[in-house]
Design a binder for this molecule. Structure first.
Ligand SMILES: NC(=O)c1ccc[n+]([C@@H]2O[C@H](COP(=O)([O-])OP(=O)(O)OC[C@H]3O[C@@H](n4cnc5c(N)ncnc54)[C@H](O)[C@@H]3O)[C@@H](O)[C@H]2O)c1
Length: 270
């Protein structure tokens, strides 16, 4: 008996990194998965985003656990595309209980060509994309009448702005990751009467392609003010976020809502 038997989780940014870890963790405990990812590039992002092949790997990983998965390429900036993918996922899997709004970009670089575009793209994915994701599914969760759990991936950059640099990427990232905390609190109020809980998780640096790339390495070398964690770890693992999100999604956290949960090796306590 798994914690998520007969439940369905919608995960954005599910092709790799934390999104795939969420899919594997929840599927391992009985959930079926609706997995969305862009699977193409955004011009202002200086590292490769996920590919169709990456999303196929997530599909295989979930299927190896004997769970069902509906995967679709959809851009969270496009409400119609997210809504259509959710509709198709629902047609196949029947319901949605857990939403992990995880898709994001961090287009930090030392030679930013167009800071205005970078800022706008970052807000569009990390903030507007979160709103689109939740609004595409919320009628379903409310109509089901069985509660639910919405988890938004913010960042330590949603709780502190240590290391701020004023670049389009830094401004967009910090602004969007703080802004989703506001959405989370507002939605926790809105949705509590439906027993739908809303929380944010706040990772410190995680070992995923978002940070293990040349552009981010050069940016961090030039701007070392971001500092280190309290616990002796440079980058935590995607599974650390999956473990935290699975708890938030489970009945063990049935009275936890409106909470900003750091999974940060002490970064924000410094
Ligand atoms: N890696 C870190 O150090 C770190 C730290 C704090 C917070 N985060 C946050 O964690 C979340 C997951 O990131 P990750 O570390 O797994 O990085 P990642 O780059 O491996 O994964 C992000 C995924 O989002 C997808 N994506 C990007 N734009 C999209 C769009 N418009 N529509 C749909 N999908 C899109 C990408 O293709 C990718 O698969 C992000 O919100 C990120 O900001 C990451």
């Amino acid at each position: 008996m798994g914690r998520f038997d007969r439940k369905v989780a919608l995960i954005t940014g599910a092709a790799r990194g934390q999104g795939r870890a969420h899919a594997v963790k929840l599927a391992g405990e009985g959930a079926d998965i609706i997995a969305l990812d862009l699977c193409s590039q955004i011009d202002s992002v200086p590292y490769p985003l996920a590919t169709t092949g990456d999303l196929a790997e997530t599909v295989s990983a979930v299927e190896r656990l004997d769970q069902r998965i509906f995967a679709a390429e959809a851009d969270v900036r496009d409400f119609a595309a997210v809504s259509a993918a959710v509709k198709n996922g629902l047609a196949e899997l029947g319901r949605i209980d857990v939403v992990i709004a995880n898709a994001g970009i961090a287009p930090h670089s030392v030679d930013e060509k167009d800071p205005i575009q970078v800022f706008e793209d970052t807000l569009a994915v990390n903030l507007t994309g979160v709103r689109h994701t939740v609004h595409a599914v919320i009628d379903t969760l409310i109509e089901q009448g069985e509660g639910g759990s919405i988890i938004i991936t913010s960042s330590t950059a949603g709780l502190t702005a240590r290391g701020g640099t004023g670049t389009g990427a830094c401004d967009g990232y910090v602004a969007s990751k703080h802004a989703v905390v506001g959405l989370m609190r507002s939605w926790a109020n809105w949705l509590a009467p439906h027993r739908i809980r809303v929380n944010t998780i706040h990772p410190t640096g995680v070992d995923t392609p978002m940070v293990t790339n040349d552009a981010m390495a050069a940016y961090l070398e030039a701007n070392p003010g971001g500092a280190t964690n309290l616990l002796d770890v440079a980058l935590i693992e995607a599974v650390d976020l999956a473990n935290a999100a699975a708890w938030l999604a489970s009945d063990e956290a049935r009275y936890v809502t409106g909470v900003a949960l750091p999974v940060d090796a002490g970064f924000t306590a410094k």
